[in-house]
Design a protein around this ligand. Structure first.
Ligand SMILES: Cc1ncc(COP(=O)(O)O)c(C=O)c1O
Length: 390
């Protein structure tokens, strides 16, 4: 391996302002975190409801680890299928109003597996241009033809569907877009997939636990739960644990148990994670006031920014603050860090060239004062650095 060229690539990343490095957090993923020894208001976590460190979730984790041990020992088909995995899938199917459910070890693996299993050289996948990287990689792995449609552009999607002769058509979209915070137009997508005989796959990584009325995902938000073939979601965000699931019909789940490589050739979820996730789902149903607090914080932030002449278009807990080039994006993020706020700057390739942004995430556990402080300091930082957002 040519190590010189690797070192050169790193230098190029530094020169372009694209170098990334890891920073150490020494507290739970709370509204306030200690990052490299500094206490900061945290607006960079997907722990939307505070479940990642909720005492009852921690207790469930401990209890299941005592009962089943730490590792699951094998893949599900080989012998790693414990009671708790089955119970978790039953709980999820009930939660989503679906016939059946299958869990995966991560959202990334779920998306790779779903698209690889459905796709083939005879299939075409129609994918929103702003879908998550794991969907992009799932498309690549599937060896299907891939048609990327302009973001949420239903006219463009319909043109592509009409022109396609594929034997199997698969439409895939984020439910809530991970970098833009906007909600996919599921009523239109459902209509189009019906009209063109396509399978619709929705990734609810960021819609699970965060969308009204009950945090059951984007399909439920639109009253379409029974109409979408595959509803995928993750445990790693609002549910506060780790892993992922897909809810679908018995037939589809059965097919995946037999065909899906990221399910078949992967060790089952650790039982304590499965047990803790069941507790998160139960708590989410028992505490509707958490989702209400999250939505209240979203509203406060939008109002505070609006009052400063900065219109916020996001209707969810993910709020992009447009900045522009890489240098400016990181300068604003650093300035906020100096003022006690942790808000990540997002640069290409995660977002398109010139569309650098802060990605602020709200949590139910932020106080109104914290949210107001964030709005005020963001506005000040943008003014001080004389940044005119795109
Ligand atoms: C939309 C979306 N899908 C999938 C994933 C991958 O999920 P996981 O982190 O559980 O692998 C993420 C998050 O990282 C995501 O934002």
């Amino acid at each position: 391996m040519n190590l010189v060229s690797i070192a050169q690539e790193i230098s190029t990343l530094r020169e372009k302002g694209r170098y990334r490095c890891l920073r150490r957090v020494s507290t739970p993923q709370d509204a306030v975190i200690a990052l490299e020894g500094r206490e900061l208001l945290n607006f960079s976590s997907n722990n939307y409801l505070g479940l990642a460190n909720h005492p009852e979730v921690v207790e469930a984790f401990t209890e299941y680890a005592r009962k089943y041990g730490v590792g699951s020992g094998a893949s599900r088909l080989i012998g790693g299928n414990m009671d708790v995995h089955v119970e978790l899938e039953e709980a999820l199917a009930r939660f989503k109003g679906a016939e059946a459910c299958l869990t995966f070890s991560s959202g990334y693996l779920a998306n790779l597996g779903i698209l690889d299993t459905l796709g083939s050289p005879e299939a075409t996948i129609f994918s929103d241009e702003l879908n998550h990287a794991s969907i992009v990689d799932g498309c690549r792995l599937s060896r299907a033809r891939v048609e990327v449609y302009r973001h949420a552009d239903m006219g463009h999607l319909e043109d592509l569907l009409k022109a396609s002769q594929a034997r199997r058509k698969i439409i895939v979209t984020d439910g809530v877009f991970s970098m833009g915070g906007d909600i996919a137009p599921l009523p239109d997508l459902t209509e189009l997939k019906e009209k063109h005989g396509a399978i619709l796959v929705v990734d609810d990584a960021h819609a699970t636990g965060t969308l009204p009325p009950q945090g059951r995902g984007s399909a439920d938000y639109f009253g379409l739960a029974g109409e979408i073939e595959i509803q995928m979601g993750t445990f790693s965000k609002a549910l506060g644990t780790y892993g992922a699931f897909m809810c679908a019909s018995h037939t589809i789940v059965d097919y995946f148990i037999n065909k899906c490589r990221t399910f078949i050739f992967n060790t089952a979820l650790p039982p304590a994670i499965a047990g803790a996730t069941m507790k998160s789902i139960e708590l989410l149903s028992r505490h509707p006031e958490w989702l209400a607090s999250l939505m209240e914080n979203e509203e406060i932030f939008r109002r505070e920014m609006d009052a400063r002449g900065r219109k916020i278009y996001s209707q969810t807990a993910i709020v992009p603050i447009p900045v522009g080039n890489d240098e400016d994006t990181m300068a604003v993020s650093r300035r906020l860090y100096d003022r006690g706020l942790f808000i990540h700057g997002i640069r290409p390739p995660t977002v398109p060239e010139g569309k650098g942004r802060l990605r602020l995430t709200l949590m139910a556990t932020h106080t109104a004062d914290m949210v107001k402080t964030a709005a005020r300091r963001i506005d000040e930082a943008l003014k001080e650095l004389e940044i005119e957002p795109y």
